[in-house]
Ligand binder design. Structure first.
Ligand SMILES: Nc1ncnc2c1ncn2[C@@H]1O[C@H](COP(=O)(O)OP(=O)(O)OP(=O)(O)O)[C@@H](O)[C@H]1O
Ligand SMILES: [Mg+2]
Length: 345
């Protein structure tokens, strides 16, 4: 027996993923060398400001990039040992829905307005499992029950527009779970919903994850959602990973100035009413003007950052991630790292 027992292989292992789009202004790289693992039965959160590449990462994994503009230029995404980047289109069709379920922001993108709910869930089941139509209809009712839809026997025969937004998102979750996927990718699943409904949908996802034991990739710009739902976190900035670690690492000991900025912009229940929400000054550079060096540096409060921004190293050297503590990785550039004298609120 070896001294270190082999750790189980992660369910999904993404390495150096690079995804680009052809645009009128030439090729732009939206995801630039992203790596992370998703362990079996765990929830990984991907968090970052709008435009940082969260959805493009998800679409790359599902191989659902807009065609012909979007392309994966490099890297791998091993899912149960099989690389999703190089898998055939036919293989991807059987993986999507059956082995990896998807829940997107806007439920109507996943639902067909002209088909009854039972037919849509049934079709997903029939595509992947040897069932009769009657059995598929029955399973659809069970799935609606599973996701907490009242009177599922009636609802199964209705059309999506007859349901509220929250109920529709429950149907989408039922659809995502229909074939017992090992992984569910949820891309901002609650953003389009009312606040009270958001909490219900998150509760539902969390309890289903516990009960069914699947892995989840939860994409959000909300660190509150990450804190409640996730085991591991990937903090993305401008197409790259700024920091990666357990929820405890990211919330308890954040090392990247961007992570700290995000944490400081969470509204706190105990803060005085009048206190304004901290936001990180500056903005993400456009994709066509992305520096090679540490991309957060132009927004960094480090006292010597100006010299770095003018240096060849900012123009030419891409920082790597370093393992700050076991399992806790951060971009290796002192100008975007927490530093002594940094103001903390
Ligand atoms: N079809 C496309 N053509 C060109 N650029 C694109 C295309 N789709 C996305 N992008 C660019 O890729 C970058 C990453 O976009 P992405 O949608 O992944 O961001 P995101 O992190 O999901 O943001 P949000 O929180 O707003 O959903 C953005 O700069 C976006 O403009
Ligand atoms: Mg998105």
């Amino acid at each position: 027996m070896s001294e270190f027992p082999a750790r189980d292989e992660p369910l999904l292992s993404v390495r150096d993923l690079v995804t680009a789009f052809d645009t009128d202004d030439g090729q732009v790289v939206a995801v630039d060398g992203v790596s992370f693992d998703v362990e079996a039965g765990k929830t990984l959160g991907i968090v970052g400001e709008s435009g940082c590449g969260k959805s493009v990462t998800a679409m790359s994994l599902m191989r659902l990039l807009p065609q012909p503009a979007g392309r994966i230029l490099g890297g791998s995404a091993r899912f149960q040992g099989e690389d999703l980047v190089t898998a055939s289109e036919e293989r991807m069709r059987s993986i999507r829905g059956a082995e990896i379920g998807m829940v997107f922001q806007e439920p109507m993108t996943a639902l067909n307005p002209v088909h009854r709910i039972g037919k849509q869930i049934g079709e997903m089941l029939l595509l992947h499992e040897p069932l009769s139509k009657a059995e598929a209809w029955q399973r659809s009712i069970e799935l609606l029950k599973l996701v907490g839809i009242p009177a599922p026997e009636t609802r199964v025969g209705e059309y999506p527009h007859q349901l509220s937004g929250g109920m529709r998102q429950r149907v989408v979750i039922a659809l995502a779970l229909a074939c017992n996927p090992k992984l569910v990718i949820a891309d901002e699943p609650t953003t389009a919903l009312d606040v009270t409904v958001q909490a219900q949908i998150l509760d539902l996802l969390r309890s289903l994850q516990k009960r069914l034991g699947m892995s989840v990739i939860m994409i959000t710009h909300d660190l509150g959602v990450i804190a409640e739902m996730c085991d591991e976190v990937v903090v993305m900035y401008a197409g790259r990973v700024a920091e990666r670690g357990s929820v405890r690492d990211i919330f308890g000991n954040p090392q990247h100035l961007y992570t700290r900025g995000l944490l400081e912009s969470i509204p706190r229940l105990d803060s005085p009413r009048k206190q304004e929400l901290t936001t990180i000054p500056g903005a993400v550079p456009p994709l066509s003007e992305m520096p090679v060096g540490a991309r957060f540096a132009p927004r960094s409060s480090h006292p010597e950052v100006t010299a770095y921004l003018e240096s060849a190293s900012f123009r030419e050297e891409r920082p790597v991630l370093v393992e700050f503590a076991p399992g806790h990785w951060v971009e290796d550039c002192r100008y975007v790292r927490a530093f002594e004298g940094e103001m903390t609120k």
